[in-house]
Design a protein around this ligand. Structure first.
Ligand code: PLP
Length: 427
């Protein structure tokens, strides 16, 4: 261990702008020099057990040799080629495999670079789906409190307007219809009334199925999604499932739509798509959506095309990641993590200031009334040797699925002991 940060850090820091960070007052980031499995190595030699898997992307752990080898092979052949007018094996194979994994009918894949863009593309698809049929008044979306769909302007407008990270921009965002999730009789009645009232202006309904992630790690059950499907069907609306958080095993099944047995019209995927190695996202539509774009008129085509869409390196990584879901026992690992999280986070429930402890799949959440000194809490987790990033009033774990029993125990022990000190001690 050495005290001074490396030169690249001290010389680069004055030039970097960090995400969601008050750079005047918040502690600087920790310089990282290496990752492996579920460990992060800092420049001073410390090793942290990773509880977040880099915003739940690195589902196979860091530096998995199968993904690394696939990317190296692809790098030798063709790192990237434009997707306009040209096609390549990694992207077409990935599209075919995603279509095969998703429920029947979801079989047209549009690639992009990031989750926000995949959601934008889904929204654009839904609006143009109506425009192509001569319907110009169906341009809005119904979305939900607690939801998070991205940081770009169209996606900010379908995030929770109160709790979300985008309140500041309320006046410049398109006004969408924001509902409470229909979780019980009264919210179901309110939701149905709202949909019926706005149906003629709506292009679609967008939701994160089963788990609302960055909006607060909130869980709901499949009944909610059946209510949405029924409402969409009643008015012919497109139902969009944003599975950027829930996709690829995180909730215990490969996809939340599969676990819930509710088939949306459009699905968005990103985050764990490449096993946490590269930016890649996909918007997957049913044939019935795709068919509304088939026409003799060129302008009915989907008018979107990111420069780096279908990047061959990222698609090779994603294909390798899908191999690992077939060859390694990922969903069993998720079930084991789930049981361990349920057992080992339970002691938090009795701490003063803890509002809820909940677990679904490989997601463990401790919700507090509030976190007053976020900086201090973050420091204590690092001092305990773990990488855990609380936000708002939430402390959560979304570890890599291959995490060992001991590392997982270190994470849950750290959360219990840090929160015990924090909740019982002087803050
Ligand atoms: C992270 C996330 C997004 C945004 O993805 P980016 O790649 O950060 O643009 C959208 N929806 C959900 C559900 C997410 O978790």
């Amino acid at each position: 261990m050495s005290g001074d940060p490396p030169d690249w850090f001290s010389q680069g820091m004055p030039h970097i702008w960090l995400p969601y960070t008050q750079m005047k007052t918040e502690a600087p980031p920790l310089p990282v020099i290496r990752t492996n499995g579920s460990r992060i190595t800092l420049a001073d030699g410390r090793e942290l057990v990773d509880g977040i898997a880099s915003w739940w992307t690195a589902c196979h752990g860091y530096n998995h040799p199968h993904i690394r080898d696939a990317v190296i092979r692809q790098l030798g052949e063709m790192p990237h080629v434009m997707f306009g007018g040209l096609a390549h094996e990694p992207a077409l194979t990935l599209a075919r495999r995603l279509a095969a994994l998703l429920p029947d009918g979801l079989d047209r894949v549009f690639f992009s670079d990031s989750g926000s863009v995949a959601v934008e593309v889904a929204m654009k698809m839904a609006v143009q789906f109506w425009l192509n049929q001569g319907v110009s008044h169906r341009t809005r979306f119904l979305a939900f409190k607690g939801g998070y769909h991205g940081d770009t302007f169209a996606t900010m407008a379908v995030c929770d307007p109160e709790e979300g990270m985008h309140t500041l921009f309320a006046d410049v965002l398109q006004k969408q219809v924001i509902a409470d999730l229909p979780v019980d009789t009264s919210s179901r009645e309110a939701f149905n009334a709202l949909v019926d009232h706005h149906a003629q202006e709506l292009a679609g309904i967008i939701v994160e199925p089963l788990v609302q992630g960055a909006g607060g790690m909130l869980f709901h059950d499949a009944d909610v999604l059946r209510t949405l499907r029924a409402a969409a069907d009643r008015h012919g609306l497109l139902l969009i499932f944003d599975e950027i958080f829930t996709g690829f095993g995180r909730t215990g099944a490969m996809f939340a739509c599969e676990a819930a047995n509710v088939v949306p019209d459009i699905v968005t995927l990103s985050k764990a798509l490449t096993g946490g190695t590269m930016g890649l996202a996909a918007t997957i539509a049913k044939s019935s959506v795709f068919d509304a774009f088939a026409s003799d008129e060129p302008q009915r085509a989907l008018m979107h095309g990111p420069t780096f869409m279908g990047n061959a390196l990222a698609c090779a990584a994603a294909n390798a990641s899908l191999d690992l879901f077939a060859t390694e026992p990922r969903l069993e690992q998720v079930a084991r993590i789930s049981a361990a999280l349920s057992r080992d986070l339970e002691p938090c429930r009795d701490l003063p200031g803890v509002r809820d402890v909940r677990v679904k799949g490989a997601i463990g959440v401790v919700e507090l009334d509030r976190i007053e000194d976020m900086g201090e809490l973050k420091r204590r987790f690092v001092a305990a040797g773990v990488w855990v990033r609380p936000f708002r009033n939430i402390v959560y774990l979304t570890p890599a699925f291959m995490i060992g029993e001991e590392d997982l125990k270190r994470l849950t022990d750290a959360i219990v002991s840090v929160l015990k000190d924090y909740c019982l001690g002087a803050r």
